[in-house]
Design a protein around this ligand. Structure first.
Ligand code: HEM
Length: 511
């Protein structure tokens, strides 16, 4: 057979097709080997007849817990198509090692810095749309300089004791305007009123004693802006990465966020421009300016980032805590007794709030049963990492640790049931109750309500003081009972229309 004949038969249509199939399989296998070198299972992938990942994302949104739990039944690590493409889901046995390793970064997860081009499998997707106008407050969390994290760790933590009194005064005012002083039982919408009360407290804590924190239009704007930012970010995530900047110009949700941001800037501008004085020293504007050490930052959007990190998260925890408390009247009585005893004797201060073990325990238990999500500790691997057990995590992989174990009996006895006394009992039985690892601010692989490890929430000490101030006021000043406080069964988010029955009572001690 001549060479020509050989070539001719090699290039027959059947051989060309076979060759293409072999090459495609090879390319797919090589790519798979790159993003999944440990050959981990991949769950909730798109089915062969599905175009794109819309259906897989939908399946995740319907049952995130079920998909994570079913993956964990088969192994400690797997890829899962989630709300925002593929994530490497790890069991909590990895929480300590991931949390302690600087090669895994939360900021990169939030912003995706472009260490990888968009990749369907690793899910490096630009979660908070860094560089897209309107999303600056979301993207600030991921600033390389960590100015926000450092401000919270140093300035906010140092100022927290001084903020107790102003926050308490603001809480009293916010409760009167939102819950009233009626002694007859009446129903209030919990999520709406709690979000307004918390927005007022957050504004007071960060912006100082300015009329702004009591301006209802500002409070509504702040709340809407933050809520709409998350919605717009979510909608924009459905677009391929390379089209997002353009799409954001036309999408109504993104246009709304840009216009709200302009309004917010108008409100904040006079505060940002205020010359330094002892008054301004107690504001986050001054803390951030100090931490910037002269470098150029957008101080307005940084204020919003602080509000963003605090508002929804605090609202979530405190609304859930109120839902649980309203179903446990005896626990409320015991907490009230504790407040009267300790705060009555010592006054309201950071140190007296720290001694409210039962209140702390009830809040920690609400966070245990209904944390922010079914997974936590979101990180991106900044480089290729080989974990001590040999698991290879390629550079750019987006990982999350399952939080499902917090909510069941695998760690906590009778863990499916709310027991507000659980952590107080554990704390009282421990050697040093004051600093016990069962307090709300402590994080561990078993309770990651505030995340865990080096990048655990730096604002948690302030958040706990803040939350306890509000709950002390509520528990002393109001009777409340089950309205329609049942939280939605599957989803961890509280219902938008949760109602609670309240009536003003005579408080035993004044705050
Ligand atoms: C109840 C209220 C809060 C909850 C439940 C909460 C929860 C969380 C969680 C789960 C994380 C991720 C931690 C991890 O992945 O290990 C986080 C990070 C963060 N939180 Fe909070 N948080 C709250 C309040 C606050 C407040 C009041 C601030 C500050 C004003 C704040 C600032 C931050 C910052 C800056 C980060 C990013 C940390 C980093 O990048 O290293 N948080 N928070």
């Amino acid at each position: 057979m001549t060479t020509m004949e050989l070539l001719g038969s090699d290039l027959s249509p059947a051989n060309v097709i076979l060759g293409l199939v072999v090459i495609t399989i090879l390319v797919v296998k090589i790519r798979e080997r790159m993003w999944n070198p440990s050959s981990l299972p991949v769950y909730n992938d798109r089915k062969w007849y599905e175009f794109g990942y819309g259906k897989a994302t939908g399946r995740y949104l319907v049952d995130p817990e079920g998909l994570i739990r079913s993956g964990l039944e088969k192994g400690d690590a797997f890829y899962l198509c989630t709300e925002a493409h593929f994530r490497l889901i790890l069991s909590p046995k990895y929480a300590d090692v991931i949390g302690g390793d600087n090669r895994f970064d939360l900021g990169k997860f939030i912003s995706e810095v472009g260490i990888f081009d968009y990749d369907e499998k690793t899910g490096a997707t630009g979660d908070f749309h860094e560089g897209i106008p309107g999303f600056e407050p979301l993207a600030n969390i991921a600033l390389e300089s960590k100015i926000l994290q450092n401000t919270v760790k140093t300035k906010l933590s140092r100022q927290t004791p001084k903020l107790v009194e102003p926050l308490s005064t603001e809480t009293a005012m916010a409760l009167i305007s939102n819950w009233g002083e009626q002694t007859d039982p009446h129903e209030v919408n919990m999520r709406d009123t709690m979000s307004r009360i918390i927005a007022q407290m957050v504004s007071r804590g960060f912006l100082g004693e300015d009329d702004l924190c009591r301006n209802p239009t500002w409070l509504q704007l702040l709340y809407d802006f933050l809520e709409d930012s998350f919605i717009a970010a979510h909608i924009l995530r459905r677009w391929p990465l390379f089209m997002r900047n353009i799409a954001s110009r036309f999408l109504p949700s993104c246009q709304k966020v840009r216009s709200e941001l302009q309004d917010v800037i108008e409100y904040l501008k006079p505060l940002i421009d205020k010359p330094d004085s002892p008054d301004t020293e107690m504001t986050a504007i001054s803390w951030v300016k100090d931490m910037s050490k002269g470098s150029a930052y957008d101080f307005t959007t940084l204020q919003l980032t602080l509000a963003l990190a605090s508002l929804d998260t605090s609202n979530d925890l405190l609304t859930k805590a109120m839902c649980d408390l309203s179903e446990h009247p005896n626990l409320v009585k015991d907490i009230r007794k504790e407040i009267i005893e300790i705060v009555g004797k010592e006054g309201l201060s950071k140190s007296s709030l720290q001694k409210l073990y039962l209140l702390d325990s009830a809040m920690k238990e609400s966070q245990r049963l209904r944390p922010l999500g079914y997974s936590n500790m979101e990180r991106v691997a900044k480089e290729r990492v080989v974990l001590p057990d040999g698991l290879i995590i390629p550079k750019g992989t987006a990982i999350m640790i399952s939080a499902c174990h917090m909510m069941d009996s695998s760690i906590w006895p009778d863990g499916d049931r709310y027991d507000g006394y659980r952590f107080a009992n554990l704390r009282n039985a421990s050697k040093n109750a004051l600093t016990s690892s069962y307090q709300l601010t402590s994080t561990s692989a078993d309770h990651m309500g505030f995340g865990h490890g080096k990048q655990a929430c730096p604002g948690r000490h302030y958040a706990v003081v803040f939350g306890k101030i509000l709950l002390c006021h509520i528990i002393l000043k109001y009777d409340f009972n089950e309205g329609r406080t049942k939280l939605r069964g599957h989803n961890i988010l509280p219902h938008a229309d949760i109602k609670i029955n309240i009536r003003r009572r005579n408080e035993e001690i004044s705050l």
